[in-house]
Structure formats: structure tokens, C-alpha cells
Design a protein around this ligand. Structure first.
Ligand code: SF4
Ligand code: SF4
Ligand code: SF4
Ligand code: MG
Length: 815
């Protein structure tokens, strides 16, 4: 049954039709025909020469949008309008990639007077819309558009611009196939009418205007009705803005007068080409170009392995504004790098020698600090990986900001080549203090350019852990946002350093992640115990340099940094010793060589969100904490199930509005840290990067070092919080949360007991800001005050009291 996974007898005629269409298109690809031809002879079925998978008169349209630009919402809306107000049937399929935001969406819509029974995506269409101009070089959007069909673009391009911005192949198709080509500058209209970056209303209007599916006037009237229904609650201003956008858009759609020269031109924008990395070229690139369905199964590793370090090739270019560095203002604090959720702004250190071939605009300054003396310093941005969230510029502490958000087009021509150069600079060997903000940022992030939302509060923590321990890490990841941006096929944001070392990562299930990581740990412990047995045996018969190397390794096996040095030393003498040995001794040395991956002490991490740790995976988490093994657990606490759209978890605080808690959560947030501390042998920390960077770095280092279970609970602002000042201030929001007593900072280190000290250290001060004022700057609370003012008053008061009680409890513990 090919990829349909059905036996031929179960094929419905419409499915056979769909397969037939595919077969005709891809006739030489035998992976399609195998298994079908045995049972079904197509000639015996009544298949017309030209198959139209939908009944006569069906209008099929495809819309290419950017995740979160509102395209999908607008199309659902169009379906409702057409379905409700005409006698037509309507169908919609929505295709997404797995980026949390800023990915691609393709909406497949069918409308028609005959019942639509086409349970598959559209191949042939009458209408295609491209909502993002950067797609023209990346996707073959005209594939399947019928001759004489309609193509609608959103771009700010004039016809002259189009000569160079559109690829030659696209222009050829438009001209040769008589495609009716329309353009609308939706970004301009959206901005002009106060809609910001949301171009959906404009594009929807343009669709109704030129598709001819309904009377334009009528359609726009219904659109306005829908706007009132959707946004009425949010106030008249938003409704008026949408009305204005509808009216302006209708006038702004222009039919492009396609020049005859387009039919044969060979000039135009270059199509996206894959880098030479073989896996990226052969597997990742076809998938991100939306041709993944053409890949044979054999392209993939049967074990489900995926190479790391492929997100670096995506270069999505989704930011509108990116930070521009002012070298003179920069005080070299590296905070921008620490807070960047996407690892796309970093300090680079270089020797004079390595700067010889630098581009002219690659300006550097003398690095500051003893460990980097004599080196040159530069903050470098990767403009095509930046999401434009703005956190780096927001936190920059320089007297006059050293980072200013600037339109991408302005920065791209210099900063793209500068970034490309920066990543080729050999990393100078420096003895940076990984325990400091500055020093930690000289370490290579081994988690970069993930598909998390712009400004995500979770990813800066994940990135920091990889900077500190990434070259010897194993990660078990619970299902949730962190598993989506951590492993969204086809690319992988986890990567490796120049030596080829980096995190190994896997996701099992939502409910068993703590156990999954615990199992990884047992495997490593068991295998290392075997390795130690072999080494002990070898020490018995070895002599000279080999004996020294083996003994040194054995003495340092449980010390991360030292084991790196002794492993390298052992690797130098081992191959020679293996060749020289014979018999049982040879076998023992071979066993040691075969366990090369275990020589350096491992760092086992268990990642997940609050939905996992507080709720669905809590039983397992508690069990693993109780087992007293050396594992590190990082809870990325967004106080809701973020990945599935913001459902309440046991971490959701009193009064917060979430799905399943529409009238405000009635019960208090579970204090996971306090529960874990009752064991007495669990390291526990509560952290918030934006509030205290030094405390966070200290906690991560202590947790990793602690020879037992560690739990770090990290406050993570999320789009689900609806922060008043936007996700570009998610770091500042963390600071405000701590200042208002909303989020406590502390560390509980059982090792301190051995020193006769109090294991509990309260790192946050008495609140200086008002709790209730703080929460009402976030939409998740503000909504309640608007919709249920009485309940809000009571719940907010209670929430403030609970926070106070919790603080006092901690204060007592610290005393
Ligand atoms: Fe990173 Fe956001 Fe700054 Fe871009 S704008 S460099 S994504 S912090
Ligand atoms: Fe320079 Fe500002 Fe970055 Fe600090 S945060 S390193 S001052 S650009
Ligand atoms: Fe987006 Fe929130 Fe998930 Fe981060 S945690 S990726 S902000 S939904
Ligand atoms: Mg969450």
C-alpha cells in the first residue's frame, strides 16, 4: 500500500485518483508503484485521461504564509464566510512545519457547489497566494497552479524590483502559462492602518477581491461582521483598525502587467541552494523546500538517528529588525549573548593573525580581562538567524545602548559576510571562568537557531547549559515546547564543537521523561563501571607511559575537567599499546579503546516543562529524585502547557487565566521546589535569568557538580503570558517578577550540610514592587480583571497573600 499504509482493496476511488495523479507526475519513482501494481491494474479502473481530484467547478486555492502571521486564521475565517453565506461547500487543510513560530504554513482550501470528498492536500489549483516575499526563491509555489490561474503576492516590489527579486524560472512560468499575477503591499497597509506585522486581513481582502468566488462587496461586508465578532471584546479600536485595513487593501491590489520578456528571461534572483553538507543536501533540504514527500524511506536512518548541527543551514531571515552593534558604546559584558534565545549574537575573540582575511567592516576592539589579554573582541550577529525579538538590545547595560534594533535589509549586506567570517575564526584557547556571565559566553553554544518563538523564555537556559556542559551531555527531553524546538525535523539545533563533541539528545514520551533520563544514567554508570574494571586490570599488567596514563585516568574518572585531560593523554598511548599487545591483554586494551565515548565523565540532563514536571510526569520525577542518583533536572516553568496552547498545569498560579481555567485558576501553584527539598539530599534551585544572571550560573554549576539528584526550576516567560511590553522584554519581565515577589530565587545545596552550614540560601530580597500591579501587566491576569472583576479582586488578593506566605517560609528556612 505504499505510503498510504492500506491494502489495495481498501482504496476508495478518490484515493486511487489521487495516487494516479502522483504516479503520473512521478512516473519513474518506483517506490510509489511497488505494492500497488500487484493487486490493482489501473487500466481496469475507470480513470479518465485527465484527473481532476475534485468535482467539476471546485475552486482550489493554496496560501503560503509565515507561522503567526495570521494566514491560517484568516483562511479559517474565509471558509466560515463562504460556508455560511453562499450555497457552496467548503474544505480546509492546514499544513504546518514544526517551528514554534516563524515557520511555513500552507493552507489548502477547496470551495464548490458539489460536495467535496477529497481527503488529501491539493496538487492542482486555480489560485495561489504568497504571503511572504522571501518564499519566491525557496518554494516552487507555481507547481500545480493551472494555466491561466491566479497568483497573488504580498510584496513591496515595483515591476522593476521584480525583475531582480523574482527568480527567472518563476517569471518564465508566469508569462508562458498566462498566469494572472496580482500584487499587494500588505506590510505597508498593515502598518499604515495600525495592524503592525499582521497582514492577514489585507491578504484576505485581496483574495476576495480577485478570486471572484463571491461578490467583493458582499464578502467584505461579511469580513467586517467576522471582525466584529472576533475582536469586539478587545475594544472598538481594534475593530476600527481591521475595518480600515479591509478598505485600504481593496484599493491597493494591483494587477501586474507581465512583460513579454519574462517568458524567456534568464535573469533574476538566485534560487536557494543547499550547502555541501551531504545529509543537509540530500535529506534536510528537500524537506525544507517542501519536497520531503518525494524522499524514499531509504533516505532515513532506520534507527531514527538524525545528525546534529543542521539548524545552522536554515538561515530563515524572519526578523524585521535586528540589533546593530555600536563598537564604541560596548562595554563587553556579554549579556546580549547570554540572553539571546536563539544564540545568534555572540562575542568572538580573535588573534591578530586570524583577522588578516577579515572583511573591512569586521571592526574589533581590545578584549577586556586577564584571561583574554592580547586578543581582539567583537560582538557579532547572525542576521539571518535572528528572530528580531529585541531582548539583547533591551538588556544591553551600556550607558548609551550598544545595540539598536535596525531594519534587517540595512544590516544584512555587512553582517552576513561578517558572521560567515566570524564562525571560521579558530577559537583561542583561553582559561575563561565558566562560572561568570562573561566567561560562560566565551563558550560555544551547542544549541543554536532553534525554532522557538521569538523572545522565548525557555531557550536561553537550554543554551546556557550546553555552553557549560554541552560537550559531554546526554539529554532526555520530555514532550513539550522543548522537544519541538529541540528536535523539530528536519533540522536539529543541538550541535557539536570543532572536536565533534556535543549533546546527545532524545525524546521518549511526555509521561516517562524522568525515568528515561534515569535509564540513560544507569546505562552510563554500568558501562563506566565495566570500563573501570578493564582499566584496573590493565593497570595490573601495563608499564611505563601506558601505566601512567591508565592510572591518571582512573584517578580522575569522576572529575569532569580532569577526565578530559587524562582521556586525551590515554588516547595518545592506547592505539600503540593495543597493536603491541597480544592475547588476553590485547582484549582488555581493546575493550578500553572501544569504550572511548565513556572516558570523559558524562553530564546527564533531564529537560521538560511544567506540564511534564508538575503534572503528567510528576510521579516519575519524584521517583527519580528519590533514587539519589547523579542526574540533573531542568524544569522550564512557563506555568502552563505552552506547546498545546496554554492549558493550566499545577504550576499555574492562583488567578491566572489559562485553558481549563478560563475564569482564573482557583487553586494555588504547587511548590515543586519545597517538595523536593524535603528529601534533604536533592539539590534544588529556583532561578530567573533576567533577575539574577550570576545566581543562575552559580546554580547550574552547583547542580551539575552535586553528586546526587539536582532540580533547577527556571522561570520562563512565554507567549502564553501575553506580556504587556511584548516578548522583546521577556528578560526584563523575569526581573520584574522577582522584584514583585512573584518568583523567588534560592538554592538548596545538601553539600553545605557537610560543612556545617544551612543548606538553604535565599537569593532574592524582600519584594520591592507591588505583586498585584505586576501581574496586571500580563494579559493572562488582566483578562480576568476585565471579564470577571469580582473574582479577579478576590483571587489576585489571595495570590498576593500566597506569594507573601511562601516568601516568609523561605526566609525562615534561610535563617
Ligand atoms: Fe537574539 Fe533576539 Fe537579539 Fe536577535 S533580537 S540577536 S534573536 S536576542
Ligand atoms: Fe556590548 Fe551591550 Fe552586548 Fe554588553 S550587552 S556585550 S555592552 S553589546
Ligand atoms: Fe513559544 Fe512559549 Fe514554547 Fe517558548 S515556551 S517556544 S515562547 S510557546
Ligand atoms: Mg510550560
Amino acid at each position: 500500500g505504499g505510503r498510504y499504509g492500506l491494502s489495495s482493496k481498501e482504496f476508495t476511488p478518490s484515493m486511487v485518483n489521487a495516487i494516479y495523479v502522483e504516479l503520473k507526475k512521478d512516473a519513474p519513482k518506483n517506490h510509489f508503484t511497488v505494492g500497488i501494481t500487484d493487486d490493482v491494474t489501473f487500466t481496469s479502473l475507470d480513470i479518465p485521461e485527465k484527473i481532476d481530484a475534485a468535482p467539476e467547478g471546485t475552486f482550489r486555492c493554496k496560501f503560503y504564509g509565515l507561522g503567526s502571521d495570521g494566514t491560517v486564521g484568516a483562511n479559517k475565517n474565509s471558509i466560515k464566510i463562504i460556508g455560511d453565506y453562499t450555497d457552496m461547500f467548503a474544505q480546509g487543510y492546514f499544513f504546518y512545519d514544526s517551528k514554534k513560530s516563524g515557520g511555513i504554513t500552507v493552507s489548502h482550501l477547496r470551495f464548490g457547489k458539489t460536495k467535496i470528498q477529497s481527503p488529501y492536500l491539493i496538487t492542482d489549483s486555480e489560485f495561489v497566494a504568497c504571503h511572504n516575499p522571501s518564499y519566491v526563491t525557496r518554494y516552487d509555489m507555481l507547481k500545480g497552479l493551472k494555466d491561466g490561474g491566479v497568483f497573488l503576492m504580498n510584496s513591496a516590489w515595483s515591476i522593476e524590483d521584480m525583475e531582480k527579486e523574482l527568480p527567472a524560472t518563476m517569471k518564465n512560468e508566469i508569462a508562458k502559462r498566462g498566469i494572472k499575477f496580482y500584487n499587494v503591499d500588505a506590510v505597508h497597509i498593515a502598518e499604515k492602518t495600525g495592524m503592525g506585522g499582521r497582514i492577514n486581513t489585507v491578504m484576505q481582502t485581496a483574495f476576495f477581491k480577485i478570486s471572484g468566488i463571491m461578490e467583493e462587496k458582499e464578502a467584505l461586508e461579511y469580513m467586517k461582521k467576522a471582525v466584529k465578532k472576533t475582536y469586539g471584546k478587545k475594544g472598538d479600536k481594534i475593530v476600527e483598525m481591521n475595518y480600515a485595513a479591509i478598505d485600504a487593501a481593496s484599493d491597493a491590489v494591483v494587477k501586474v502587467d507581465v512583460p513579454a520578456s519574462w517568458a524567456t528571461t534568464t535573469e533574476g534572483a538566485a534560487l536557494a541552494t543547499p550547502p555541501s553538507d551531504p545529509f543537509f543536501k540530500d535529506v534536510v533540504f528537500p524537506i525544507i523546500s517542501l519536497n520531503g514527500d518525494d524522499l524514499p524511506v531509504s533516505a532515513f536512518d532506520p534507527r531514527g538517528y538524525f545528525p546534529v548541527g543542521t539548524s545552522q543551514y536554515e538561515k530563515r531571515g524572519i526578523a524585521v529588525n535586528v540589533p546593530k552593534w555600536n563598537i564604541d558604546n560596548c562595554i563587553m559584558c556579554n549579556q546580549c549573548s547570554l540572553v539571546c534565545p536563539h544564540a545568534c549574537i555572540r562575542p568572538f575573540l580573535a588573534t591578530d593573525e586570524s583577522l588578516k582575511s577579515a572583511p573591512d567592516t569586521f571592526k574589533v576592539k581590545e578584549a577586556r580581562g586577564k584571561e583574554v589579554e592580547g586578543l581582539k573582541y567583537r560582538i557579532q550577529l547572525s542576521p539571518l538567524d535572528c528572530t528580531g525579538c529585541g531582548n539583547c538590545a533591551d538588556v544591553c547595560p551600556a550607558k548609551e545602548k550598544a545595540l539598536v534594533m535596525t531594519p534587517l535589509e540595512e544590516v544584512l549586506p555587512t553582517e552576513k559576510p561578517n558572521w560567515d567570517f566570524a564562525v571560521t575564526i579558530p577559537r583561542p584557547e583561553i582559561d575563561a571562568n565558566k562560572n561568570s556571565v562573561i566567561g560562560s559566553q566565551y563558550q560555544q553554544p551547542l544549541f543554536e537557531f532553534s525554532g522557538a518563538c521569538a523572545g522565548c523564555g525557555e531557550t536561553p537556559y537550554v543554551k546556557l547549559v550546553t555552553q557549560l556542559f554541552g560537550d559531554r551531555m546526554l539529554i532526555a527531553n520530555a514532550t513539550g515546547c522543548s522537544s519541538i524546538y529541540g528536535g523539530s525535523a528536519p533540522t536539529c539545533p543541538y550541535t557539536k564543537n570543532a572536536k565533534g563533541h556535543g549533546p546527545a539528545w532524545a525524546n521518549s514520551l511526555f509521561e516517562d521523561n524522568a525515568e528515561f533520563g534515569y535509564g540513560m544514567n544507569l546505562a552510563v554508570v554500568q558501562r563506566r563501571a565495566q570500563l573501570k574494571d578493564s582499566v584496573a586490570e590493565a593497570i595490573g599488567f601495563a608499564s611505563g607511559a601506558l601505566k601512567d596514563a591508565l592510572t591518571n585516568w582512573m584517578d580522575s574518572a569522576e572529575d569532569a575537567d580532569a577526565s578530559k585531560v587524562t582521556s586525551d593523554a590515554l588516547r595518545k598511548v592506547l592505539p600503540g599499546a593495543v597493536s603491541a599487545a597480544s592475547g588476553k591483554e590485547k582484549e582488555t586494551l581493546q575493550a578500553i579503546a572501544a569504550a572511548d565515548d565513556l572516558l570523559v565523565k558524562k553530564s546527564i540532563w533531564i529537560f521538560g516543562g511544567d506540564g511534564w514536571a508538575y503534572d503528567i510526569g510528576y510521579g516519575g520525577l519524584d521517583h527519580v529524585l528519590a533514587m539519589n542518583e547523579n542526574v540533573n533536572i531542568l524544569v522550564l516553568d512557563t506555568e502552563v502547557y505552552s506547546n498545546t496552547g496554554g492549558q493550566a498545569s499545577k504550576s499555574t498560579p492562583t488567578g491566572s487565566v489559562a485553558k481549563f481555567a478560563a475564569a482564573g485558576k482557583r487553586t494555588k501553584k504547587k511548590d515543586l521546589g519545597a517538595i523536593a527539598m524535603t528529601y534533604g539530599y536533592v539539590y534544588v534551585a529556583s532561578v530567573a535569568m533576567g533577575a539574577n544572571q550570576a545566581q543562575l550560573i552559580k546554580a547550574m554549576n552547583e547542580a551539575e557538580k552535586y553528586d546526587g539528584p539536582s532540580l533547577i526550576i527556571a522561570y520562563s516567560p512565554c507567549i502564553a503570558h501575553n506580556i504587556g511590553s511584548g516578548m522583546g522584554t521577556s528578560q526584563r519581565e523575569e526581573k520584574k517578577a522577582v522584584a514583585a515577589g512573584y518568583w523567588p530565587l534560592y538554592r538548596y545545596n545538601p553539600d553545605l550540610k557537610d560543612e556545617g552550614k544551612n543548606p538553604f540560601v535565599l537569593d532574592s530580597k524582600e519584594p520591592t514592587e507591588d505583586y498585584q500591579e505586576f501581574i496586571q501587566t500580563e494579559g493572562r491576569y488582566k483578562t480576568l480583571a476585565k471579564q470577571f472583576p469580582d473574582a479577579a479582586e478576590e483571587l489576585f488578593k489571595r495570590a498576593a497573600e500566597e506569594a507573601k506566605e511562601r516568601f516568609n517560609y523561605y526566609k525562615k528556612m534561610a535563617e
